[in-house]
Design a protein around this ligand. Structure first.
Ligand code: CUA
Length: 185
């Protein structure tokens, strides 16, 4: 199953659990006579309530944190470096560092499959996006292109093909036209 379906399933499960909890609380609240007697061990109940929530939180964090994409390939040496400099409304991309005063000629960016590649992404004017889509128009990974910063985006492409790059930050009138392409072989 695809990751976004898992997230939808998780969201629906949580929604159902929360609805059940609210339903039970609402149902209980309709019986004032029982509540009037008070809880027998309120401190114990509160303690176990918070411990349970704490455990649920820890389990969820342990399950999800290692899958965070920000750790991916952080301890590997990338076999390719691709420089990407955004400006209204295009990307300059090159395998060697880009001098904005002498923009490189348009170069076909070819990246080997199953190897870690590092994109060094920056911008010459405003904030842009740098989002990579596969041939099925699915968003694979993305970062921002920000003036004054170089954002490193590491990725390992597992499928060859022609991948599209789109801008995901509204950056002006030509935002929708801002795109590029890389080839994974
Ligand atoms: Cu660049 Cu939107």
């Amino acid at each position: 199953m695809k990751p976004h379906l898992w997230i939808l399933l998780l969201f629906l499960t949580l929604a159902v659990i929360i609805s059940i909890v609210f339903g039970v609380i609402y149902h209980r609240s309709l019986r004032p006579s029982e509540d009037a007697m008070g809880m027998k061990h309120p401190k114990k109940v509160r303690f176990f309530f918070f411990i349970s929530w704490f455990l649920v939180l820890v389990i969820l964090l342990l399950m999800t944190l290692p899958r965070s994409p920000y750790y991916l390939y952080a301890d590997e040496v990338p076999s390719e470096v691709v420089y990407a400099t955004a400006r209204q409304y295009s990307y300059m991309m090159s395998h060697s560092a880009i001098d904005p005063y002498q923009p490189p000629p348009r170069e076909e960016i070819i990246i080997p499959v199953n190897e870690v590649v590092e994109f060094r992404v920056t911008s010459l004017d405003v904030n842009h996006g740098f989002a990579i889509y596969n041939e099925h128009s699915e968003l694979i990974t993305q970062t921002q292109a920000m003036p004054g910063y170089i954002n490193r985006l590491r990725w390992k492409f597992s499928e060859p093909g022609s991948y599209k790059i789109f801008c995901l930050e509204f950056c002006g009138m030509g935002h929708a036209m801002m795109k590029s392409e890389i080839i994974i072989k």
